[in-house]
Design a protein around this ligand. Structure first.
Ligand SMILES: N[C@@H](CCC(=O)N[C@@H](CS)C(=O)NCC(=O)O)C(=O)O
Length: 284
């Protein structure tokens, strides 16, 4: 069966969805957005696609592609220019490694931190709805509906206090690694690539959520403001200034070093050992 237009299924403010929207925009591919209200995608996507998550793309031919990485690959086949992967083999391997790390490590971390932060700061939720296509839910309804949704998402994504504390302690090491990739030209070049979109969208999501967490908030988030990260990958939502703090994290100090030995992702992606750790206290 032929549809007349490509359809991209998203939930609003979903970072992998933003990455795919940016890829479609870069390639100038017209599409229609089908926005689902979180967390209804868990049921509704299963009716249309093999998996329950967004983003998912239904091409005008009826072909279905689900998952941000799979969609990016398919878009490159459909519209090769501009490419989302470099032609040079070594550069391509580095970008693929960074993209995979972005999808497997940073993306779920950003999701966990978001839900934990949103639970702490339910007042920030309307700001995340700002650019949504769906009718804005009245605040009293958000107040009633949000707590069980947050509990469900936290359970689904393993975003309990301990997991998020570990995430926030690992985050500075992750950001250093992303900044190194920017320095090496793997990401952050003149032309955004697939890793820029994958990592940039998660960085911006983490950066907005991390405003709730004092240690993480001190970081400069160079990755979230890199010029190669298209504006569509930078969701505007900002938790309010009065967003509650996390006393346990403040006591421990969230500026932790990367895990000993560094990330295996980094070594696999770059094909070399991790550089010596930076001197303590260095700020970007
Ligand atoms: N790694 C996948 C994950 C997508 C994903 O988990 N999307 C979230 C929204 S940001 C979702 O739909 N979650 C629902 C679920 O996992 O049940 C991708 O990049 O497409």
């Amino acid at each position: 069966m032929l549809c007349d237009v490509h359809k991209l299924y998203v939930v609003h403010s979903s970072h992998p969805s933003e990455a795919v929207k940016a890829a479609l925009a870069l390639k100038g591919i017209p599409y229609k957005t089908v926005e689902l209200l979180i967390p209804t995608q868990v049921l509704l996507m299963r009716l249309r696609f093999p998996e329950r998550s967004v983003p998912a793309l239904r091409l005008d031919t009826g072909e279905k592609v689900q998952g941000s990485i799979a969609i990016m690959r398919r878009l490159d086949e459909l519209v090769p220019d501009p490419p989302l992967l470099p032609a040079d083999e070594a550069a391509r391997a580095a970008v693929l490694g960074a993209e995979l790390w972005g999808a497997d490590v940073l993306q779920p971390l950003a999701r966990r931190v978001f839900w934990a932060a949103a639970k702490r700061s339910p007042a920030s939720i309307p700001s995340y709805q700002a650019a949504s296509q769906l009718p804005r839910l009245p605040k009293p309804i958000v107040r009633v509906v949000f707590p069980p949704v947050a509990r469900l998402e936290i359970a689904m994504h393993g975003a309990g206090e301990d997991a998020v504390r570990a995430d926030l302690q690992a985050l500075p090491g992750h950001i250093d690694m992303v900044d190194d990739w920017i320095g090496e030209g793997v990401i952050g070049g003149a032309q955004p690539n697939a890793a820029d979109l994958q990592i940039g969208s998660s960085c911006t999501r983490s950066a907005t959520s991390a405003r709730c967490w004092p240690g993480a908030r001190r970081r400069s988030w160079r990755c979230a403001t890199s010029p190669s990260i298209p504006a569509t990958c930078r969701p505007a939502p900002t938790p309010p200034a009065g967003c509650p703090r996390a006393p346990d994290l403040r006591r421990r100090g969230a500026r932790a070093q990367a895990p000993p030995g560094g990330s295996p992702w980094r070594r696999r992606a770059a094909g070399r050992t991790r550089p010596a750790p930076r001197p303590p206290g260095r700020r970007r």
